[in-house]
Design a protein around this ligand. Structure first.
Ligand SMILES: Nc1ncnc2c1ncn2[C@@H]1O[C@H](COP(=O)(O)OP(=O)(O)O)[C@@H](O)[C@H]1O
Ligand SMILES: [Mg+2]
Length: 518
């Protein structure tokens, strides 16, 4: 059986169901809830897949389960195609303008009725498959981002250093530590430690892309760890993301994973016997399994000179992971003029600014306390407001002084509409460091009713997405090869902000007191 396809098919059909459901919502079709359930159900079942694919060699029953799932996914795909074709046919036949008016003609009702029956049948089959999976003891893995992220998106190592200010000295210090000839261990660890938003991830990216680093390390990996420090996941991501490994051939067992990774690293030899790797573990919060990870990392390549960079805001993590007492880096705060340069670039681009505005801007920059994240976010807000002394003075005199979070809060307060605020706050329900898929996020906003009921929902969703991006409340976009934005992330401090404003009372309050521009 072509089991390699099952993950891909299920993921693809799940996202197709989400987009058909969105269209159905906009047209007021009757069984939209079932359609959403179909998408969710496929996603849920996708969480069993990894285990199933790992187990199938031993169990014929699991093989059968995978085969049935594939068949149900194909059946769902056919129904979705039929519905999508019907949308299209009617649009062409009736004309876009008339479409909403005629949605309840008898033939539409019959079509909807037939499709609703088919979808119900598929949902029942999926329920059965879910039950069987549990009976087989397939472990349900936490929702795996493979379903959300298309494989052609680069989520980590992309580097847009065009607007990075300062940090040249920081980069060369870290690079020197990585290239130091004195250190002849198999694996050495260099922590980058500092407060949230100070630029640790950005610095690690600059180092990762440094030409000398690229030359020294034959293989480089980047894994965003966040608060889920799981050795197997880290090794799996090393195999998957940076080496274009086929998802289905990734083993589950730690020894097998280590052996596979060793084999892949050796493939990069190309005549060079002293091959070395660099691994960046970004945003590490706990290190309970650290020794286990180090044991595996030493196993995957026995040569000396492999390096690991760990970025963390926790001093104790840095203490635990550092190889030598002074082998760590703590990026300092940016200078006020550097923060001003970030703000100016975000708020005004290349256009000239009057000296009186510059003076106010420089004062605002001081309120960022040298934290680039604050400068970026406040610059994004200033880009949206009138470029006048009065408007800028209002920012300067707001209560944002004091903490980075209050600067971020100011940016939230300036979002252009209460609905957009809801969309932003909604993102708090995703885990920290979650990689959002743009289309899927907009569809979720739609399904929640945040984008109104008009046919322009998709446009509104796109506009909201771009406003959050230009305010730097979203960041780290992943693009396809044509430059279209596919994914993005939220900085974890921004996630804290979303969480703090996601309380119901806050949104009601905002809705009553802030005028909508929608
Ligand atoms: N030197 C810099 N110049 C301009 N922007 C920066 C700089 N350092 C960080 N940033 C921006 O600030 C934000 C937070 O940086 P990040 O590296 O994610 O912080 P951390 O990892 O310390 O929490 C990001 O949007 C990043 O692009
Ligand atoms: Mg970071």
């Amino acid at each position: 059986m072509a089991e390699a396809f099952v993950s891909a098919v299920v993921g693809e059909v799940a996202s197709k169901a989400a987009s058909v459901a969105a269209e159905m919502i906009s047209l007021g079709w009757g069984f939209k809830d079932d359609m959403q359930r179909l998408g969710n159900s496929l996603e849920m079942i996708g969480t069993f897949l990894q285990d199933a694919e790992g187990n199938q060699k031993q169990m014929n029953s699991v093989k059968l389960w995978l085969k049935r799932l594939r068949d149900v996914a194909y059946e769902a795909d056919e129904v979705l195609d039929e519905i999508a074709y019907e949308f299209l046919r009617r649009k062409v036949e009736i004309g876009d303008q008339m479409w909403r008016k005629v949605r309840d003609t008898p033939s539409t009702v019959t079509f909807q009725h037939n499709m609703a029956k088919k979808v119900k049948g598929i949902l029942n089959s999926l329920d059965d498959l879910n039950k069987i999976a549990k009976d087989y003891g397939l472990q349900q893995l936490a929702i795996d981002q493979r379903i959300f992220i298309p494989s052609n998106v680069e989520t980590v190592s992309f580097l847009d250093d065009s607007n990075i200010v300062g940090r040249k000295n920081d980069v060369s210090k870290v690079v020197d530590m990585l290239l130091s000839p004195q250190d002849d261990r198999t694996v050495s660890v260099v922590p980058i430690v500092g407060m949230a938003g100070i630029g640790k991830t950005t610095l690690a990216r600059l180092v990762y892309h440094d030409v000398d680093v690229e030359r020294r390390f034959d293989v480089r990996f980047w894994v965003c760890v966040s608060d889920d420090f799981n050795v197997k996941r880290i090794l799996r991501e090393m195999l998957e993301h940076d080496m274009n490994y086929q998802q289905t051939s990734i083993p589950q067992n730690l020894n097998a994973l280590t052996a596979k990774l060793k084999g892949k690293i050796e493939q990069a030899k190309r005549g060079n016997e002293q091959i070395k790797y660099l691994l960046v573990l970004d945003d590490v919060w706990n290190v309970e399994q650290w020794d286990e990870l180090m044991w595996c990392l030493e196993g995957v390549n026995k040569n000396r000179g492999n390096k690991v960079i760990v970025t963390t805001r926790i001093e104790d993590v840095a203490l635990k992971v550092e190889t030598l007492p002074n082998q760590r880096h703590q990026p300092g705060k940016l200078k006020d003029e550097e923060c001003w340069s970030i703000i100016k670039e975000k708020a005004c681009g290349d256009s000239p600014i009057s000296p009186s505005l510059v003076l106010i801007g420089e004062e605002i920059a001081k309120q960022c306390h040298g934290v680039p994240l604050a400068a970026k976010v406040i610059g994004g807000t200033m880009c949206k407001i009138e470029r006048s002394r009065a408007a800028w003075l209002k920012i300067q005199n707001s209560d944002a002084r004091g903490s980075v979070l209050s600067v971020l809060r100011l940016s939230f307060d300036h979002l252009s509409s209460p609905c957009l605020k809801k969309c932003f706050a909604y993102c708090a329900m995703f885990p920290k460091d979650f990689c959002f898929r743009k289309e899927q996020l907009i569809q979720l906003w739609m399904a929640e009713g945040f984008l109104g009921g008009s046919k322009e929902m998709m446009d509104t969703g796109n506009r909201y997405f771009h406003e959050l991006l230009s305010n730097s409340l979203f960041q780290d976009v992943g693009k396809d090869r044509c430059g279209n934005i596919l994914t993005c992330k939220m900085h974890d401090l921004v996630h804290d902000l979303a969480f703090s404003v996601s309380k119901f009372e806050t949104l009601i309050f905002q809705e009553n007191f802030i005028s909508s521009t929608d």
